[in-house]
Design a protein around this ligand. Structure first.
Ligand SMILES: Nc1ncnc2c1ncn2[C@@H]1O[C@H](COP(=O)(O)OP(=O)(O)OP(=O)(O)O)[C@@H](O)[C@H]1O
Ligand SMILES: [Mg+2]
Length: 255
């Protein structure tokens, strides 16, 4: 990992920082208003560190997607994560995501929300690796079962809270495993509390029944799963979302 570079909000107007604050296209007025927005949230500096990068910019970041770039921020002296809305994002603001994240927090899921505005979402910083990378280096079946079991428990809590994440059936970038082996589900921008929640089903299909690379890696580690047993257990769970039916899902997936 490259060494971290800490830049006070006042200096973010300079390149290459400007290109991260307003990725992919900084303008003078947008830079000015975004720096004002950061000050209003109580952010004093951004830190460029992490294993990801942004096209054409020579600064490390924590992560990048189609909606945002995620970096470390200093909030009241504390290191937190900030998702910065891309200037070309197909979302007008990050306020819906903040609302959904707060709802996930209420059932003890996802990084804690610290603040939000049109272009920024401040949340707990998770120090860890994305699940597919974590699985590449962690081969102990007991640890793998513990982490995947906790992922499914969190999905169950989201189902119970009637909050559908929306992107868990293909989630290579949406689960971070921290150093204490706790998984964290991130990115609630396409989440909804209005549609029927299908977090457990979506996650099971991603982890166990899809033909993707991750499902293959998991079955290599844990042994082949009983696919039709998983389908049956999920069908029962879908019909009746009870703890008992969820535990049958857990047992057929990880037992
Ligand atoms: N709280 C956090 N702590 C540490 N890293 C984070 C945190 N939140 C997100 N990340 C990293 O940043 C990446 C991008 O975040 P996120 O998925 O929210 O952005 P996005 O633009 O909505 O992405 P996508 O286009 O995939 O939907 C994540 O995959 C993860 O690696
Ligand atoms: Mg997203």
């Amino acid at each position: 990992m490259k060494s971290p570079i800490i830049v006070p909000v006042d200096l973010l107007i300079q390149e290459p920082c400007a290109s991260i604050l307003c990725f992919p296209k900084p303008t003078e007025s947008e830079l000015e208003s975004r720096r004002e927005e950061l000050r209003g949230l109580g952010v004093s500096a951004l830190e460029f560190s992490g294993n990801a990068s942004v096209y054409g910019v020579q600064l490390p970041v924590l992560g990048k997607g189609f909606v945002g770039v995620v970096v470390v921020a200093y909030l009241n002296g504390q290191r937190v994560a900030v998702k910065i809305r891309r200037t070309d994002a197909d979302r007008a603001n990050l306020l819906h995501e903040a609302q959904m994240l707060s709802k996930a927090n209420s059932v003890n899921v996802a990084p804690k929300l610290f603040g939000a505005s049109k272009n920024f979402l401040l949340m707990q910083l998770i120090d860890g690796d994305l699940l597919p990378d974590w699985l590449e280096v962690n081969k102990d079946p007991a640890a793998v079962k513990k982490v995947l079991g906790e992922v499914l428990e969190q999905c169950f809590r989201l189902d119970e809270a009637c909050l559908d994440h929306g992107e868990l059936s293909k989630a290579p970038k949406h689960i971070i495993v921290d150093r204490a082996l706790r998984p964290w589900i991130v990115d609630f921008e396409t989440s909804s509390d209005a549609r029927k929640p299908a977090n457990v089903s979506a996650m099971c299909s991603y982890l166990f029944s899809s033909k993707g690379e991750l499902a293959r890696a998991i079955s290599e580690n844990l042994g082949a799963r009983d696919d039709s047993g998983i389908i049956r257990a999920l069908r029962d769970y879908k019909q009746k979302r009870t703890r008992e039916n969820f535990e049958k899902v857990l047992s057929v997936c990880l037992g």
